[in-house]
Design a protein around this ligand. Structure first.
Ligand code: HEC
Ligand code: HEC
Length: 357
């Protein structure tokens, strides 16, 4: 039995109303997905395509990203088949980990907090200390790290090769079905590059949408930018809120801490780099607690208090000269937190795949 036409008309009217309301709000209607992602779309989302960093040897394609999606979620790649990349980079936590320090194979706990794998398309150096120069190089590391996935690259290649549906996807991505480590990491990196944050109140504000930011968040933005108040843009600069450089905020090197993490020094062996860590993006930061390389701060309020104190004066290694006591009022602190919360946007939608056979 068909419904009375009047209901269909009403439904149609409602749909049109909703559509025009969306358009007037200036919002992108169609959600970005790992399938419809393209580099050209970044401009319309408020990013600058010139920020995109992709190695010439691994041009981005949708077919590689699709293959990479399957690999990113595949627990079979780990030694005991229990850990995938997504175990520590959870799509429900903006691709970060709720634990201060992530657990890998056999519950082994690492020494650093898992960063959110978002907006990686705008970055070259990966890890808190920037010890690799690309996502491709990065992806090979957790696979063999004994405390993460703990499997050899050779065995991972063999495991993937055995799966007929994987061979087919390699064919689509690379033109033939050969499986090797470079192709595996190239696909994972291509998948990761599709994950971007967009449509946050801050981005809508930047694109001219009146009223996108709350009053508190607007005041917070001013404090964030002001060199005499928050000073945050000294390091969290640009549309991805990072200068991609290394700074010491003094964390984790307090007197008496058992094994201070010397950060960037481990890579460069330059004395000045002791205790320096990469400035992280702040997009979606309200979703990725706990914070900092050691996961030692639980909330954004705690992070703001930390900066208000001027970081940790540490007896071992000098603090970054940009770290200063801020003397923010309680209202200023609330406003700054409201601004950080306004960096929460929509994130590329990704369907979690079932294991391929
Ligand atoms: C056991 C938990 C765990 C697993 C499994 C894991 N990661 Fe991570 N990931 C981390 C931690 C912790 C860090 C930070 C380590 C550091 O900086 O030294 C990290 C860092 C990263 C980064 C750098 C992000 C940035 O902002 O610098 C990327 C990208 C990444 N992981 C992707 C992956 C991929 C791809 C896989 C699967 C092949 C994977 N991870 C598996 C915990 C994990
Ligand atoms: C001197 C450079 C510098 C300045 C100034 C600075 N930051 Fe940071 N920020 C960093 C670095 C480096 C880290 C990572 C530090 C670590 O893990 O030890 C960080 C981490 C953070 C984090 C945690 C992100 C995460 O994913 O764990 C937040 C939030 C943050 N900063 C907000 C702010 C705000 C708000 C201000 C201004 C009040 C500010 N920052 C000023 C460099 C800076």
């Amino acid at each position: 039995m068909s419904r009375p036409a009047i209901f269909n008309l009403a439904a149609l009217g409602l749909a049109i109303l909703l559509l025009t309301a969306c358009e007037r709000g200036g919002r992108t209607n169609a959600p970005l997905t790992w399938q419809n992602f393209s580099i050209e779309k970044l401009d319309a989302l408020g990013y600058d395509r010139a920020m995109v960093k992709i190695p010439a040897a691994n041009p981005w394609t949708a077919a590689k990203a699709e293959l990479g999606r399957h690999l990113f979620f595949d627990r079979r790649l780990s030694k005991d088949q229990t850990i995938s990349c997504a175990s520590c980079h959870d799509p429900l936590r903006s691709w970060a980990d709720r634990a201060p320090l992530s657990s890998g194979l056999n519950g082994h706990r690492g020494r650093r907090n898992a960063p959110a794998v978002v907006n990686r398309i705008f970055s070259r150096e990966q890890f808190w200390d920037g010890r690799v120069g690309s996502l491709e190089e990065q992806a090979a590391i957790p696979m063999v790290s004994p405390g993460e996935m703990g499997e050899s690259h050779q065995v991972i290649v063999a495991k993937v090769e055995q799966v007929a549906a994987y061979r087919r996807l390699f064919g689509e991505a690379y033109g033939d079905e050969r499986v090797d480590l470079g192709r595996i990491t190239g696909a994972i990196a291509s998948f990761e590059r599709t994950i971007v944050v967009y449509d946050s109140p801050w981005q809508r504000h930047e694109m001219g949408e009146a009223g996108a930011l709350s009053e508190a968040a607007r005041r917070g933005l001013e404090i964030f930018k002001d060199n005499n108040r928050g000073r945050c843009t000294a390091c969290h600069s640009g549309p991805n809120f990072t200068d991609e450089k290394y700074h010491s905020t003094g964390l984790g090197v307090e007197e008496g801490s058992p094994a201070p993490d010397s950060g960037r020094y481990e890579v460069s062996e330059a004395e000045d780099d002791r205790g320096r860590f990469k400035t992280p993006t702040l997009m979606n930061v309200a979703l990725t607690a706990p914070y900092m390389h050691d996961g030692s701060l639980q909330t954004l309020e705690e992070v703001v208090e930390f900066y208000d104190r001027g970081g940790v004066e540490n007896p071992r290694w000098p603090l970054d000269p940009e770290m200063k006591k801020l003397n923010l009022s309680p209202g200023d602190k609330k406003d700054l937190v409201a601004f950080l919360e306004a960096l929460t946007g929509r994130t590329t939608q990704v369907d979690i795949p079932a294991p391929l056979e």
